[in-house]
Each structure stands twice: as C-alpha cells, then as structure tokens.
Design a protein around this ligand. Structure first.
Ligand SMILES: C[N+](C)(C)CCCC[C@H](N)C(=O)O
Ligand SMILES: O=C(O)CCC(=O)C(=O)O
Ligand SMILES: [Fe+2]
Length: 411
C-alpha cells in the first residue's frame, strides 16, 4: 500500500523533468505526482495515458481504459462485480481534467466532473506490463522421473467426498501436474459420477454424459477396440476440446491395457528451447480435426480448427495442446511451402512426446479414478486382451477452474 505525501510539480518545473526523462514518451501536457513511501510510485499524465512507475518497468494506463475501469458506485456494481457504465458513452479522446493523490488512492477528475479513484495495488495488479511478466497458471512440468519423485500423496474417496481441504489438495495437484487421482472409489458408474461431480459439471457429448465402454466396436472409433492407442488428446475435433477427461477402469480380466500419460507442455517447452521457430509455427498454423461416424446407431460429423500449440498472446504461456494424429484431418489451411515446415516442426514435437523418459505408465485398477487435463496431458493405452470395462466422462474446464479459484488457488 502507498500512504504517501505527494507533490504536484509546478508547470515550470515540469519542463525540466520532461527534458530529463530518459527514453520515456513525450509528455506534452499534465504534470507529475510524486509519491514517497515504502512503496514509492511516480505518476505521470502523458498525452494518451497515465504512466505509473513503481519499482521496475513503468506501467501505462490508457485514459479510456481508466474511465472504463472506474470502480465508483455509478460505474461499477461491486456486489455483482459487473460494469454499470456504458463504455460506448465514453469520449474516446477523454483525459482527466485534474489528478491528485489522497490517502492510498490516485484520484482523477474527468471533464464531466466524475471522480474516479484507483489504488496503486489495484493498478499494479491489473497492468498489462505486470500480466506480461506473470504466470497465469503455475505448473510443474514433468517427465516420468519428475512426476514419480514428487511422491504426491494419494487422495482417498472417503475424505475427498466429505472434506473440502482434501478437494482443495486434489485441485492443487491437478493444476500443478495436469493429472490427479482419487483412490478407493466404489467400482460403479454411479460412484464415478459422484466423484466427478465433487469437482465440476459433467460435459455431455455425443459419447453420452457418463460413458462406460468395452472393446465392442459399439462406436465408430478405435477407442472401442483392443488396439493400442498412441498418445493423444481427445475431442480435438471440437471447437473447444473437452477440458478434463476422467477414467475409471471398472474391470479388466486379461493382459496389457496400461494407460500412458505424457505431459504435452513439458515436451512443447523442450521444443520451444531447442527450436523456437518450430514452436512458433505450431502455435500459428491452424489445423483441422474431424470425427466422422456413420454406424447403425450413430451419425456424427464434428470439426474443429486450431493450432497444435496455443499460447496466450500477452505472455506466451502455453494453455492448450491439440494433438491427435488419428483425428487430424486433411491439411488444407496452409500454403505448400509452410506444409513442409509444419511437418518438420510437428516431427520434432512428436520426437519429444515419444521420448521414453517422458512416458508415465499406470495400470488403472478398479477403484482408481484419474482426472486428466485434456488441454495439457496426452493419454494413450497399451493393447490388451480380455474383457476391459472403462467408464468415465468429460468435465467442463470452466467449472474446474472456477472451483479452484473459489478455494483461492491460482488458475
Ligand atoms: C472417451 N470415449 C471413449 C468416450 C471417447 C473416445 C473418443 C475418441 C476420439 N478418437 C478422440 O480422441 O476424441
Ligand atoms: O482405453 C483407454 O484406456 C483409453 C482410450 C482412449 O483414449 C479414450 O477413451 O479416450
Ligand atoms: Fe482418448
């Protein structure tokens, strides 16, 4: 917080300070407010924005933005956390008529007399310059060793269902690693449904709400066979791929059938380090995925378009990988010279994803429910023999993240 004295620099002094300003943008009007305190900050009113220097990089706040983000009672309803102000009514050339510092707040008075107040901590937290350097979601990227050495304590059904602290612990694991387990779950579809509803809402898809399947070819997809499945993310053919995949193996009388898990972000970050331009290409080139099903009971034609790697534009942080070589459709969204470069980049990512040291193999035994971040962690399976029954569902990502945030976790 900044409880401070301030000093309004007189217009004659302003010129001098202007000249001494190093590489800062031209300040053609306004004046400087100086705050001296433990957290000292300097405010400068520039042509089109307010500049706040506080510690490191100066932060710039556009004037329309400042008016738009006014938290006064007439501009913002703090009980619904919604904006009341009509942004369309703000003059796009608006500038504060005067400014002052009172207590912990920067006070701007607009030409129509409206007064807006902003605390330094609020400005710092909401600046672009701050977000650019910050991480949206802290994660521990892993290969098999890293994950195993983390020795994450197991979460048990009983306490998970009754104790909020266990749920919080589970969500923390899930956010950090992109996978989390609940053990000792009764081996029924109903109990699996209950355990997932503790976390989020179920996302109903063409496969149903809760699904339970065996290798009976009941659907037109390789998942419904005994064949091995290479690492992939699911529902790449949705415009928004499902956020979370839940698996519970209710029974398996036979051999094989282990589950393969690979942290897609670990592999992608390796690619970013080794070949930034290949990483960048995979972020930029849109690829189509498709699911075409034409069986007696099911007719579907799904299509989703998006790059293999997705990063936030402001901080380049990865937030989604779409990787499914089975469901990837015809590439016709890029010119031929880019196609070759895309295959090279895709090959290097594939090589990373296939390194044996990155593979975490687990045998899902009845009672063990796994939650997989389908935007980050790839899954696959070993071929198997015998009767194997797997149930599970997809969850909505928004609701999982919301649950985590309500516990105060960063998500
Ligand atoms: C999970 N469940 C068996 C219901 C569906 C499997 C979907 C398989 C599809 N190829 C994909 O990867 O999205
Ligand atoms: O059978 C398995 O273990 C998983 C199959 C699969 O990839 C899926 O259902 O999405
Ligand atoms: Fe899958």
């Amino acid at each position: 917080m900044f409880r401070a004295f301030h000093r309004v620099v007189s217009p004659s002094l302003r010129q001098a300070q202007l000249l001494s300003a190093r590489t800062e943008p031209r300040m053609s009007w306004g004046y400087m407010l100086q705050l001296r305190s433990a957290a000292s900050a300097t405010f400068r009113l520039l042509e089109d924005s307010l500049e706040v220097s506080h510690g490191g990089t100066p932060m710039r706040f556009n004037y329309v933005w400042l008016r738009d983000h006014c938290r006064s009672a007439s501009s913002y309803n703090s009980s619904t956390h919604q904006r009341s102000l009509d942004t369309g009514s703000i003059e796009l050339t608006v500038r504060p008529e005067s400014s002052a510092v009172e207590d912990d707040q920067l006070v701007l008075t607009w030409p129509d007399g409206h007064v807006s107040k902003y605390s330094l901590s609020w400005l710092a937290k909401n600046s672009y310059e701050g977000r650019k350097k910050a991480t949206e979601q802290p994660r521990v990227l892993w290969n098999a060793n890293i994950y195993q050495n983390a020795s994450i304590s197991s979460i048990k059904w009983d306490t998970f269902m009754s104790c909020d602290n266990e749920l919080k612990k589970f969500l923390q694991n899930y956010l950090l690693y992109g996978i989390a387990f609940v053990d000792d779950v009764p081996t029924t579809v109903e109990a699996t449904e209950e355990v997932t509803q503790r976390v989020s809402l179920i996302r109903e898809t063409t496969y149903g709400r809760m699904w339970s399947f065996t290798s009976d070819f009941s659907r037109g997809d390789t998942a419904y066979s005994q064949l091995a499945l290479d690492r992939h993310t699911d529902t790449t053919y949705f415009q928004e791929p499902c956020g979370i995949q839940v698996f519970h193996c209710l029974r398996h009388e036979g051999t094989g059938g282990r589950t393969l898990l690979v942290d897609g972000f670990y592999a992608a970050e390796k690619l970013r380090q080794r070949s930034p331009e290949k990483f960048e290409l995979l972020c930029r080139v849109p690829i189509r995925h498709e699911y075409i099903e034409n069986t007696d009971n099911h007719r579907n034609h799904m299509m989703g378009v998006g790059p293999v790697l997705n990063v936030y534009s402001w901080n380049n942080e990865l937030y989604m990988i779409r990787y499914n070589n089975y469901d990837r459709s015809v590439i016709n969204t890029i010119p031929h010279d880019t196609v070759q470069r895309w295959y090279i980049a895709h090959r290097e990512l594939t090589t990373e994803l296939r390194r044996p040291e990155n593979e975490l193999w687990v045998k899902l035994s009845p009672g063990k429910v796994i939650f997989i971040d389908n935007w980050r962690v790839l899954h696959g399976r070993e071929s198997f023999t015998g009767l194997r029954q797997l149930c599970g569902c997809y969850l909505t990502r928004d609701d999982v993240l919301s649950a985590a945030r309500c516990f105060g976790l960063q998500a």
